[in-house]
Design a protein around this ligand. Structure first.
Ligand SMILES: *Cc1c(COP(=O)(O)O)cnc(C)c1O
Length: 381
């Protein structure tokens, strides 16, 4: 099969403005982490997410780890985690010595099923990590009510949800603490990077200390009149974002509304072109929230061999992949938890190209190729 066009599954949107910001940070001489450019980015990110405090970090995984530590999760504790996610969510719980318990998800939007979460609560449970599924927020009002009634904390894995809203509130502000990813496959990116956001100053101060080996960041000692020699009272980590990354992130954050609008328009374009195709269901967006489309996930029905569709699309120049992971099926966790909805999404969903640089000709091509693939008896059963 000769592809007449290549459409990438994902693509960052970066250009001259980011290059200019890199020139400036190079000229400043401060390239290492937690410096003045990180501080500036943190203020802008807190404002954009409607939170009191933001901490720039090395990635989403380190942000989740910091959050779990400031919330006090440790050996003997259980943390309820949304099952259908990139396994960084479950891994972060493992890093603290606590046990992840996997809750099944909603069949329509793939976010944590609140009843499934409630059924896992026991005397060892300390909190819940909801995941904004490829960007679409979970049911935070119901989750907050559950957590309040059972004395649990609530975390938001907002790795994919920069720019999303839930009942008009921005992603990042929907739980006690939220963790973002700025990996190259996310909506805004510095190649790698992350952030922790939250309103509680005590927790965020502790996270800041832990993210730089357990002392206050060097920038806080700049310009002091006496020699400041910090003393270490905890074994923190290096989970810092570099100021080079922060320079890029400041530009990316200003682009965020336009990038979300471009992805939304691509999603609308797919809906127009593919709404009538038999054998697949297009993504659903709950009425009270917005979807930033970190990925565009299509669900196949029983008549379609998902793996064959992905491979045939790739052959035709259309970037495609499976959706995301059913965590409870990953051997690392050795769990007895059962999540049939998540297990089904894991084998029936696939991703179509989604990024802010897609043009109408790309959407036409993808739709045409997907129709041709699904018309082929080789992908049917
Ligand atoms: C990408 C992703 C992560 C991991 O992000 P990193 O920045 O690579 O650590 C965590 N959770 C979810 C839901 C993700 O999609």
């Amino acid at each position: 099969m000769l592809a007449t066009r290549q459409v990438a599954l994902g693509q960052p949107t970066v250009g001259e403005e980011e290059i200019e910001a890199l020139r400036e940070v190079f000229a400043s001489g401060w390239l290492s982490g937690a410096g003045p450019t990180c501080v500036a980015f943190e203020g802008e990110l807190a404002a954009a997410t409607g939170t009191a405090h933001a901490l720039a970090t090395s990635n989403c995984g380190s942000s989740l780890h910091l959050a779990l530590q400031v919330l006090g999760a440790g050996p003997g504790d259980e943390v309820i985690v949304a099952d259908y996610t990139f396994p960084a969510t479950g891994h972060s719980v493992m890093w603290t010595g606590a046990t992840p318990r996997f809750a099944d998800v909603r069949p329509d939007i793939g976010t944590i099923d609140v009843d499934a979460a409630a059924a896992l609560v026991n005397e060892r449970t300390v909190g819940i990590i909801a995941v904004d599924m490829v960007g679409q927020p979970a049911d935070y009002d119901e989750l907050a009510a559950l957590c309040r009634s059972r004395g649990l904390w609530l975390m938001e894995d907002a790795a994919c949800s920069a720019g999303a809203t839930y009942k008009g509130r921005p992603a990042g502000s929907l739980a006690d603490l939220a963790a973002f990813s700025f990996h190259g496959r996310k909506g805004i990116t510095a190649g790698e990077g992350g952030a922790l956001v939250g309103d509680d100053a005590t927790r965020m101060d502790l996270a800041r200390k832990l993210h730089t080996y357990g002392i206050a960041p060097a920038v806080s000692r700049e310009g002091s009149s006496a020699l400041a020699v910090p003393s270490f009272d905890m074994a923190g980590y290096n989970y810092r974002m570099s100021d080079v990354q922060a320079a890029m992130m400041r530009v990316q954050l200003t682009r965020l509304p336009a990038l979300v609008a471009a992805r939304t328009s691509a999603a609308d374009g797919y809906a127009e072109r593919l709404g009538d195709v038999e054998g697949i269901a297009l993504p659903v967006v709950a009425e009270d929230r917005t979807h930033p489309y970190q990925s565009y996930l299509v669900t196949t029905d029983d008549s379609v061999d998902r793996d064959a569709v992905v491979m045939a699309l790739r052959e035709r120049g259309v970037g495609s992949n499976f959706g995301t992971y059913a965590s409870h099926l990953q051997p690392v966790y050795g769990t007895q938890d059962v999540c049939p909805v998540s297990a089904r999404l894991f084998t029936t969903q696939f991703a179509l190209p989604m990024h802010a640089n897609l043009v109408a000709d790309d959407l036409d091509y993808v739709a045409e190729q997907l129709r041709a693939v699904l018309a082929d008896p080789a992908v049917r059963r």
